[in-house]
Design a protein around this ligand. Structure first.
Ligand code: HEC
Length: 159
């Protein structure tokens, strides 16, 4: 039994080390690596509401749904929101699924917390990058720096 566990553990370590991401940690934060994370099936909807669209009338994108990875979702301890003055932990991913009028996602706008600050990006489901995570995010940040003080996540101010 012990040997079997040891074998499985070794196998896992070997597999983890041979993955591209293991070799080059920078890849984990590229547009496409983040798109992979966006497409993970276990992302959770804001306030567990997967059915209704938020109007998006306060931002530049239009109607949307909001999803979080587990790291991000677990930080939403104030009635489904991040507590006032709180910060989302490193590794948090927030995805704004932007919809057209036919219930189809036309764009993902996302924020990913890395080393204490957000990476900002926009990418279409067909992999077209509209706003690369490498770009200076000051346009995004300027508008997201609104009253509310919940780590630049503006949805918490409106919904
Ligand atoms: C003109 C203001 C404005 C600009 C510019 C802007 N946003 Fe936003 N964004 C908002 C507002 C307001 C919301 C939430 C409510 C809404 O959409 O009505 C939002 C929501 C989001 C969300 C969902 C999480 C949250 O904060 O609520 C993401 C992700 C996001 N924006 C990404 C971006 C990215 C990436 C950029 C830059 C490429 C950007 N935004 C530029 C105003 C802006």
């Amino acid at each position: 039994m012990k040997f079997l566990l040891l074998f499985i553990l070794t196998l896992c370590i070997l597999i983890a080390c041979t993955k591209k991401v293991g070799k080059n940690p920078e890849l984990a934060y590229s547009n496409f690596a983040l798109l992979d994370s966006i497409n993970e099936p276990d992302l959770k909807y804001y306030k567990n509401n997967s059915s209704s669209l938020l109007p998006g009338t306060n931002g530049p994108h239009g109607p949307y749904k909001l999803r979080f990875n587990n790291i991000g979702f677990n930080a939403l301890t104030d009635n489904g929101k991040l507590p006032l003055g709180g910060t989302m932990p490193n590794g948090s991913l927030i995805v704004k699924d932007i919809y057209d009028g036919n219930n189809t996602i036309i764009l993902y706008a996302f924020m990913y917390k890395r080393s204490g600050s957000w990476l900002w990006g926009e990418i279409k489901p067909n992999r077209e990058v509209l706003y690369s995570v490498d770009r200076n995010p000051s346009t995004c940040i300027n508008c997201h720096s609104q009253a509310g003080n919940r780590d630049l996540v503006t949805t918490f101010n409106f919904h």
